[in-house]
Design a protein around this ligand. Structure first.
Ligand code: HEM
Ligand code: 2DC
Length: 469
């Protein structure tokens, strides 16, 4: 059997009224909690219409599996309208983030070889390791300065700089010096622009870009300006490397970063390389830094887990005898801790796909070309899929009966996160160095909630104390 599409639960018949209610309830910053409530109200599948956009929402890992197994070779997700609108407005080329069909696939296969392949890890490790070590040095200086053997701070901006320094070292093979005392104001402008770009995206999600442009609202102007800063600064960085590469064909033996690699291969046109490197540079700031901030917060509240991780790292370091890659291979609990952090605090509130053919979800017929969203934030906090979901318990990932379609924080399949390997390695090495050097603490009883700012972020500053071990 199977029930018709029009019988799906949800208030999908009244799109504009919904958008109004949504806006009234402060929904733009609360998308994640509204979704949890809707799953409670309507069950594991509901249909929704907000403004112009209609979607089917699911929470069950089995349903996510059905969706992803039918996605085909050209998966498409929801194209964030203001991001597309900016590029069309300024005549900028798309990178993989916004491309479709064969154009997306051919670029993506080339980029996978330079950013996602497991063989790259040995190239990335030294680049990311040195940035992690420099962060530790910076913390030590701050601890010294305090004269109290510890340093307490909101680490948001420090982590933004760490993340940008990391992704740029991988992309360009160049250190920006963002972990020093005097930092390039251009780089800080870039960091602020990425945050503002995300922040100005969320209120424009459900309104068609053409309309926004026509009314020339403040939010649209801020959005355009932030992308302008992002593109201009990325362009400068790219030009520098490009010039260097032409001037002195210097030692081509040593790995010099993703950009050099792409330029030397000459498989993609330069404008396409630029577009993709810009996306990776922008995508590499808020994502890993916010996840690391959450990770430290959770570890601060779970001192026993912290000790277990320290023991694991100590043993792995001994056994690996200076081979970092070998050490990382042994860090099963640390990897689980990152997974666990992303379960409770995913960057993306949902994963989305347009169906390519009719599929059946929860016994309903879903026609081809429907937008289906997997509520990964809601899934991660549902006791049906994770026992005692409120508990930060990395070991669950090593003990669970089934992790089938539950660890989806980086997406799935050929359209999954392009920066996944970089992000994972960067976060693993950061936590290794921090745990080897400091005790991570936070004030007890401070409740930190989540805010939707296109990506999910803490709703108030997190104060972390780092104590020299
Ligand atoms: C796409 C998560 C870091 C670049 C995505 C998607 C998710 C995601 C969920 C959508 C995947 C899908 O639809 O299946 C994350 C998380 C990160 C992270 C949790 C870190 C904690 C990064 C970094 C970069 C990056 C560091 C750049 C180096 C991208 C790009 C796409 C993407 C370019 C679009 C890929 C495409 O459409 O082909 N990410 N991301 N991300 N991410 Fe990340
Ligand atoms: C936002 O309803 C909520 O990794 C929307 O590094 C659906 C949606 C679509 C695409 C998602 C987006 C959400 C959140 C941010 C994501 C994005 C795809 C890629 C992007 C998850 C869930 C991100 C942060 C990229 C950004 C790269 C960019 C700065 C060039």
């Amino acid at each position: 059997v199977g029930l018709p599409f029009n019988e799906l639960p949800g208030n999908w018949r009244t799109g504009w009224l919904n958008l109004y209610h949504f806006w009234q309830e402060g929904g733009f910053h609360n998308v994640h909690n509204i979704m949890i409530h809707k799953f409670q109200k309507f069950g594991p599948i509901y249909r929704e219409k907000l403004g112009f956009y209609e979607s089917v929402n699911i929470i069950n890992p089995e349903d996510a599996a059905t969706l992803f197994k039918s996605e085909g070779n050209y998966p498409e997700r929801f194209m964030v309208p203001p991001w597309v609108a900016y590029r069309d407005f300024r005549n900028k080329p798309y990178g993989v983030l916004l491309k479709k069909g064969e154009a997306w696939r051919s670029d993506r296969l080339i980029l996978n070889k330079e950013a996602l392949s497991l063989q790259l890890l040995k190239c990335f490790v030294p680049l990311l390791n040195e940035v992690g070590e420099d962060f530790v040095k910076r913390v030590r200086v701050q601890i010294e300065k305090s004269g109290q053997g510890r340093w307490t701070a909101d680490l948001t901006n420090e982590l933004f700089r760490f993340a940008l320094e990391s992704v740029c070292n991988v992309l360009y093979g160049v250190r920006l010096g963002l972990l020093q005392d005097f930092i390039d104001p251009e780089a800080q402008k870039f960091i602020d622009a990425v945050t503002l770009m995300f922040h100005t995206t969320s209120p424009m999600l459900y309104i068609p870009p053409a309309l926004l442009r026509r009314i020339n609202s403040k939010i649209w102007q801020d959005h355009v300006q932030s992308w302008d800063v992002i593109f201009r600064h990325a362009d400068k960085c790219i030009q520098n490397i490009y010039r260097e590469l032409r001037l002195d064909q210097k030692s081509t033996k040593e790995y010099a970063g993703i950009l050099s690699s792409l330029l030397m291969q000459d498989k993609l046109p330069i404008d396409c390389i630029k577009a993709n490197v810009t996306e990776m540079m922008a995508g590499g700031v808020d994502t890993t830094s916010m996840t690391l901030q959450w990770a430290m917060f959770e570890l601060a509240r779970a001192p026993a887990v912290q000790e277990q991780l320290r023991a694991e790292i100590f043993a792995a370091r001994q056994a690996a005898q200076g081979d970092e890659l070998k050490m990382l291979k042994a860090l099963r609990l640390l990897k689980a801790a990152i997974k666990e952090t992303l379960r409770l605090h995913p960057v993306a509130v949902t994963l989305q796909r347009y169906t390519t053919q009719e599929i059946i979800l929860q016994n309903y017929f879903i026609p081809a070309k429907s937008l289906v969203q997997v509520g990964i934030y809601a899934m991660g906090r549902d006791p049906k899929f994770f026992t005692k979901p409120e508990l930060f318990n990395p070991a669950r990932w090593l003990k669970m009966d089934s992790t089938y379609f539950r660890g989806l924080s980086f997406g799935f399949g050929p359209r999954q996160c392009l920066g996944r390997r970089i992000a994972e390695l960067e976060m693993q090495l950061f936590l290794v160095h921090m745990l080897e050097n400091f005790k991570i603490e936070t004030k007890r009883g401070v409740d930190i909630g989540t805010k939707f700012d296109l990506i999910l972020i803490p709703d108030k500053p997190i104060h972390i104390t780092l104590r020299a071990l």
